[in-house]
Design a protein around this ligand. Structure first.
Ligand SMILES: O=C(O)CCC(=O)C(=O)O
Length: 267
């Protein structure tokens, strides 16, 4: 892994990515997954979508998407262990620690497969969904694991440049959709997106290209996660978790104990 410096026992985010995140609210890290990993995870994602359907969890949500060409797969952590591995990949966790700090929680873990014909959803920021504001710091962030090459035509996620500086809903520009740009990344890339960046799914206008992205969403531990893992994860899945995974999923007896910012001086 040449793209992230290894320091002591954990990966550290290289300055170039840290600078990108600060200036642009996102960065693209190429070649995090090998071709073999992409192909294995993609195959497991398609199987997970089928299994999710079989379990009765809909992959089309009419309130989110304009048509059923965007296949949403929820609760991935319960569908295949490969997604638990992805959740804890050191390359992702390095960015979570960099942006959010040590006291974070996994808020959600899902995927969207945009098939030809998929349309854009409502634009939003991921932090805005879990916290009404003001949005002063990157208290949440998304990891976008690209399982296909993503580009404007196959529905790559679109973002509003510099929108991670927007602090309240009233400041979101009315013409935001006209000014959005598309991410561009190769399969195997990891896109890190500050939770404050306004974005939407793109439209897949190709005839035959699919666009699969796995979204690992992390937030500061003081924010309520999007899902309740106690309820969602099957007993068997919970029993197989490591202590670290349980902590990240908020499944231990305590949580949210590290964020205090003590202000008294020591002298
Ligand atoms: O699929 C995408 O490109 C974006 C998805 C997204 O932002 C969401 O599902 O909340």
């Amino acid at each position: 892994m040449t793209t992230i410096d290894k320091s002591q026992d954990r990966l550290e985010v290289q300055k170039t990515y840290a600078d990108d995140l600060k200036a642009n609210g996102f960065c693209v890290v190429d070649d995090v997954l090998s071709i073999e990993e992409v192909s294995e995870i993609r195959e497991k994602l398609v199987a997970a979508a089928r299994e999710s359907d079989r379990r009765g969890a809909p992959t089309y949500i009419a309130s989110l998407d304009q048509n059923d060409s965007n296949v949403r797969v929820f609760n991935l952590l319960d569908l295949d262990p490969v997604f638990l591995e992805l959740m804890g990949r050191p390359e992702a966790i390095a960015f979570v620690r960099h942006l959010i700090g040590e006291d974070f929680i996994v808020s959600n873990f899902t995927a969207n497969i945009a098939l030809p014909g998929a349309k854009s959803m409502h634009a939003h920021s991921d932090l805005g969904i879990v916290f009404p504001g003001p949005w002063l710091e990157p208290w949440s962030m998304n990891t976008l694991w690209c399982l296909d090459d993503i580009h404007i035509k196959n529905g790559a996620t679109k973002y509003l440049p510099k929108s991670h500086y927007i602090e309240k809903a009233a400041d979101v520009p009315q013409d935001m959709l006209e000014n959005m740009l598309s991410f561009e990344a190769k399969a195997g890339s990891l896109i890190i997106m500050d939770g404050r960046l306004w974005h939407t799914s793109g439209e897949n206008v190709t005839q035959d290209e699919e666009r699969a992205i796995v979204f690992g969403y992390y937030s500061a531990a003081f924010l309520r996660p999007q899902v309740n893992w106690n309820v969602l994860l099957a007993e068997k899945t919970q029993q197989g978790l490591t202590r670290q995974q349980r902590t990240w999923l908020g499944l231990n007896g305590t949580a949210n104990t590290l964020s205090a910012n003590f202000t008294e001086r020591s002298e």
